[in-house]
Design a binder for this molecule. Structure first.
Ligand code: A2P
Length: 357
């Protein structure tokens, strides 16, 4: 079997490190890995595949030596600059950023949903936004069976989706809370109210407000129409992946003080009628989904239990009684794994075995 050469760009980041972990688990037919990050990390060592790998600084010549594939998880600007360079040298890029997702010449792929799109690439394949990936894994089998008419997304997104600085903001918020709370309880034990006036004696690295104890209805930048870019991404990417360019979709995306795994409330309206028992079977038998839907026993998806897995967990399935044919779903997945790293590695995996056949 042919063996491939893979570059991992952004190998020191949250997603990049998870890419390395997933690659170790999968043991793909890859004979050489090369790890890249910014100048800041050049020379750093990372333990990977039982070997000490040195991080290389990414530059214009990084792809001169010839790679079959590259996984980019180093942000939009790095992708915009270096993905075309890599592609021009014959390397197929799987890009985790939003830089190319809506480019009509770039396939936007979730292997459980539209693997047939992989072959349409011109050197770059885009990995969808984390919130979109888990949503479309759940929605695709329902769309095939009942034809989706409208979607309302409400997301509850973990701080890991904002990178290392997002995680640091939540950690610092927790530390700050513990310090302030103990000060407070020493001087005012009677009321035992939370200390709303506590000074934030830490600086925020990522979010405009403390993420600890808050839900921020603000992910990515605000657009002219009042939506955020994250909301726009979910809407446009869902349309592209499900191949419904005019599907009616709205979204509210919210950052919550959860370390990892995104949760989503998804309201879906169908063209066709459905039987609940059959609809649950459709989801149970769909690729990549674990059904956790047993309310009698308090079984439904939760973030801490989804973390570490590549499945999309679906539960709280119930009829939307306000429309003729519709449901509500609760969908949870590890945003760093299935929402980014694992999805990208799955795309590379598919290409390895397609090329070998
Ligand atoms: P570095 O660690 O050297 O800054 P996260 O989203 O978790 O913050 O990770 C971002 C990843 O993208 C890191 O691996 C980071 O490397 C990498 N990165 C950021 N800017 C560049 C750049 N200009 N060239 C290469 N890698 C970059």
């Amino acid at each position: 079997m042919k063996k491939y050469k893979l570059a991992i760009v952004g190998a020191t980041g949250l997603v990049g490190r998870t890419v390395l972990k997933v690659l170790e688990e999968k043991q793909l037919p890859i004979s050489k890995y090369v790890l890249f990050a910014s100048k800041k990390s050049a020379g750093q060592k990372i333990h990977f595949m039982n070997t000490e790998y040195i991080i290389n600084e990414l530059n214009e010549h990084s792809f001169d030596e010839g790679f079959d594939f590259a996984i980019f998880s180093a942000g939009g600007e790095t992708s915009k600059k270096y993905s075309p360079i890599a592609a021009s040298k014959g390397c197929i890029v799987v890009d985790n950023s939003s830089a190319f997702r809506m480019d009509p010449n770039v396939p936007l792929v979730v292997p459980e949903v539209n693997p047939e799109e992989i072959q349409n690439h011109h050197g770059i394949i885009a990995n969808p936004n984390c919130s979109t990936i888990q949503a479309v894994v759940a929605l695709k089998p329902l769309d095939e069976k009942y034809q989706i008419k409208r979607i309302v997304y409400s997301t509850y997104q973990a701080v890991s989706g904002a990178g290392r600085n997002g995680v640091i903001d939540l950690e610092n918020g927790i530390k700050n809370h513990i310090i302030n709370k103990s000060d407070f309880s020493n001087c005012n034990e009677i009321t035992n109210k939370p200390n709303f006036n506590a000074q934030e004696n830490y600086s925020l690295k990522k979010f405009p407000y403390p993420i600890f104890s808050n839900c921020l209805p603000h992910i990515d930048i605000f657009l002219e129409n009042g939506y955020t870019k994250e909301e726009e991404k979910m809407i446009n990417e869902t349309r592209k992946i499900l191949k419904h360019p005019n599907l009616r979709i709205t979204a509210t995306t919210v950052r919550v003080p959860v370390f990892n795994s995104h949760s989503e409330s998804i309201n879906v309206e169908f063209e066709n009628s459905f039987h609940m028992r059959e609809l649950k079977e459709v989801l149970r038998n769909a690729p990549g989904i674990i059904l956790q839907d047993d309310i009698q026993n308090n079984i439904y998806p939760i973030a801490t239990k989804a973390s570490g897995y590549d499945y999309v967990f679906v539960g709280r399935i119930r009829r939307d009684e306000s429309v003729i044919s519709g449901i509500n779903l609760w969908v949870v997945a590890d945003n760093i794994r299935k929402g980014a790293a694992s999805n990208a590695v799955q795309i590379v995996e598919k290409m390895c075995y397609q090329h070998s056949n």
